[in-house]
Design a protein around this ligand. Structure first.
Ligand SMILES: Cc1cc2nc3c(=O)[nH]c(=O)nc-3n(C[C@H](O)[C@H](O)[C@H](O)COP(=O)(O)O)c2cc1C
Length: 173
């Protein structure tokens, strides 16, 4: 019987920024756009730090970098909306990851049940009220209680090794 060799462990490395980024890149995630209503403008950003937390109560989290332009607005907001992106929405992901003045210009949107802006047709959608804010180094962790859900079957957009990939292009074999 042919013997298969176990994979060789990589060498242990100190967690330099480069090593840490490279390791995190090996963890594929979905891609979301998180939006909120700031005091004087709507904010939204592309986010892959989204995760589920609790079923009862229904809680989720994501992390916002303290250095982002919209950080203060997200911290002041008492609600946010999480839009899961599908395989055909990498342009939307790039738009909300860019530093442009009005990311919502030309997009169909309106206030959802919490007041946070909802992008029309960008679903699944979780509308959340902020449950807790925790310090997380150069990020803040925003835990939200889900108060409204819209779901639809979709082929997700993935983020892996620093690249946005439609799920069709991922070799799962
Ligand atoms: C795939 C992807 C995932 C991202 N995930 C996060 C994240 O979880 N948290 C975060 O603060 N920024 C994340 N970013 C970066 C923000 O989208 C980017 O800094 C954005 O410009 C912030 O918006 P602002 O400049 O309007 O504040 C991500 C970017 C990409 C492309």
């Amino acid at each position: 019987m042919p013997q298969t060799k176990p994979p060789q462990p990589g060498p242990a490395r100190p967690p330099t920024a480069a090593a840490f980024r490279e390791a995190l890149g090996q963890f594929p995630t979905g891609v979301t756009i998180v939006t909120a209503a700031g005091a004087d403008r709507l904010v939204g950003m592309t986010v892959n730090s989204f995760a589920s937390v609790s079923l009862d109560p229904p809680l989720v989290l994501w992390s916002v970098a303290k250095a982002t332009a919209s950080f203060a607005a997200f911290m002041a907001a008492d609600a946010y909306a999480v839009h899961f992106l599908n395989a055909g929405q990498s342009d939307l992901a790039m738009r909300f990851a860019g530093r442009i003045d009005d990311k919502f210009a030309g997009l169909d949107h309106g206030p959802g049940v919490t007041g946070a802006p909802v992008l029309a047709g960008v679903e699944p959608l979780l509308e959340c009220r902020v449950w807790a804010r925790h310090d997380g180094g150069d990020h803040m962790i925003l835990v939200g209680e889900v108060v409204s859900i819209r779901t639809r079957e979709h082929k997700p957009l993935l983020f892996h090794a620093g690249v946005l990939r439609p799920v069709d292009e991922v070799d799962l074999g």
